[in-house]
Design a protein around this ligand. Structure first.
Ligand SMILES: [Zn+2]
Length: 470
């Protein structure tokens, strides 16, 4: 048990006697030698599949830090991403919007439009010191991800000894990203509230865990990278603890998972099966009234920003289609009622001229909308091996309508398409190509054609081909 945890248990006992409104406003529960101001920490771990984390059921996962946070906090068992790829998913995390709402559809050729308000801007305006530290050049200021940050650090070094000897790969070791974040935190007065975002890239290809971790996961270097990210998370949280910040609220989330061949896709970016859509989402903050719980209801990464703002007693983000989880994480209520959560995959259409895909998760039922749509029962068939679209054809129209309804709400405040299109520099193109993305840097979708195009190639019919490049 860490120092902060021991202290927080005592504070929590006291805080439970106080009105919830006081807790939410952050009025009373700091004190001691620590700063009284709230510290909100968001850690996104790239390419982290939920079922490769111990608290999500993986034996021998080597994820003690995430598992401890989950045991002490709230673990969302059915959290879904909005897209199988980094930039759109992170745009959803920071904006509280699904893809139709924020307009960032793939990793290349898009940036977050100025007209899309971000959680970081709200916190900055409310007086928070805001720091963002990322481990890939994808999440760049040029793509709009530095907005609302006092300090944004995407310095990527390419030393040949890093990342298991892999050279020239445009990512930063998580240990360096965490060290940069802690160095910045040391410059912030304890009296000032903090929002700190740290993005770790370890589980993304190439899988090259440090030798001592690799040795524990021989033959499974992806799992080694998951363990490596967990170890970095531990060092980061220990550093925050040592910094003596008050009332720490921590969110840990994956941005999307990894195919690992389950449906023919090795990495991610095309398909919307659960190995890529289901992500870990954990909220930890005893001093914020967060009660240990496991939540089975489907939630979305779009819910993260609304939750941060409600817990901070700040106004909701205009145009967000995500829903606050503040009531459920503080034990005051249930997860929000909703018609489901949805995701979109645009890369097949934009980069390859195929049809795109959409997915809806509604309880245990999953629809993948494609030129030939698929239906799965996630309770009986969590690995999505038995397509029930024909057997349960009568249910399809209602599911499509639910998906359309969710999209309609998300589109209501969408930026003009031109706002979210960005030109891609030659350097960015090289980075994207090094990451394995085709990076055409432009939209190839013909005008008037829907994402799911019945006349185009169905990615679900090209699984062997997909396995060659994604
Ligand atoms: Zn990613």
């Amino acid at each position: 048990m860490t120092r902060s945890t021991r202290r927080s248990l005592a504070v929590r006992a006291l805080c439970t006697l106080l009105p919830t409104a006081l807790l939410l406003a952050g009025a009373a529960c700091g004190g001691g030698s620590r700063g009284d101001a709230p510290t909100i920490v968001l850690v996104t771990i790239d390419t982290l599949r939920a079922d490769r984390v111990g608290c999500y059921g993986r034996a021998g996962a080597d994820t003690a830090v995430i598992d401890r946070l989950a045991a002490e906090g709230v673990r969302f068992d059915a959290a879904q991403t909005t897209a199988p790829i980094t930039l759109p998913a992170h745009a959803s995390i920071l904006s509280g919007r699904s893809l139709p709402g924020h307009g960032v559809l793939t990793n290349s050729g898009f940036s977050l439009a100025e007209s899309v308000p971000l959680v970081t801007e709200s916190l900055q305006k409310a007086g928070y010191a805001t720091g963002g530290f990322v481990s890939t050049k994808l999440l760049s200021p040029k793509a709009g991800f530095a907005r609302g940050f006092d300090s944004f650090d995407d310095r990527i070094t390419l030393a040949p000894t890093r990342r298991g000897g892999v050279t020239g790969f445009p990512e930063r070791a998580g240990s360096e990203t965490a060290a940069a974040a802690l160095a910045w935190l040391a410059t912030v007065p304890k009296s000032k509230p903090v929002f700190l975002w740290v993005h770790l890239f370890e589980p993304h290809t190439p899988y090259a865990p440090p030798p001592e971790i690799a040795a524990r996961h021989a033959g499974d270097p992806y799992q080694g990278e998951v363990a490596a990210a967990d170890a970095v998370l531990g060092r980061l949280l220990d550093g925050i603890d040592r910094a003596g910040r008050g009332r720490v609220l921590t969110f840990v989330a994956g941005d999307h998972g990894e195919g690992l061949g389950d449906h023919g896709e090795t990495t991610h970016g095309i398909f919307l099966f659960q190995e890529v859509m289901r992500v870990p989402l954990i909220v930890h903050g005893p001093e914020w009234g967060i009660r240990p719980a496991v939540v089975d209801a489907s939630v979305s990464l779009t819910d993260l920003a609304p939750t941060v703002l409600e817990l901070s007693a700040l106004p909701a983000l205009p145009g967000a289609d995500g829903l606050s989880l503040a009531a459920v994480v503080t034990g005051r209520g249930a997860a929000p009622q909703r018609g489901g959560v949805f995701a979109e995959s645009h890369m097949p259409q934009i980069e390859y001229g195929w049809s795109g895909l959409r997915a809806l998760v509604q309880g245990r039922t999953k629809l993948i909308q494609a030129p030939r749509s698929a239906l799965y029962d996630l309770a009986e068939d969590p690995r999505e091996k038995r397509d029930l679209a024909v057997a349960r054809a009568s249910e399809m129209p209602a599911l499509v309508e639910a998906l359309t309804d969710l999209r309609r709400r998300a589109v209501a405040s969408a930026p003009a398409a031109a706002d979210s299109n960005a030109s891609v520099s030659e350097d960015q193109m090289k980075d994207l190509q090094a990451l394995g993305y085709a990076a055409s840097g432009r939209q190839n979708r013909p005008a008037g054609v829907d994402l799911v195009d019945p006349n185009a190639i169905n990615p679900l019919d090209r699984t062997e081909y997909v396995g060659l490049f994604a």
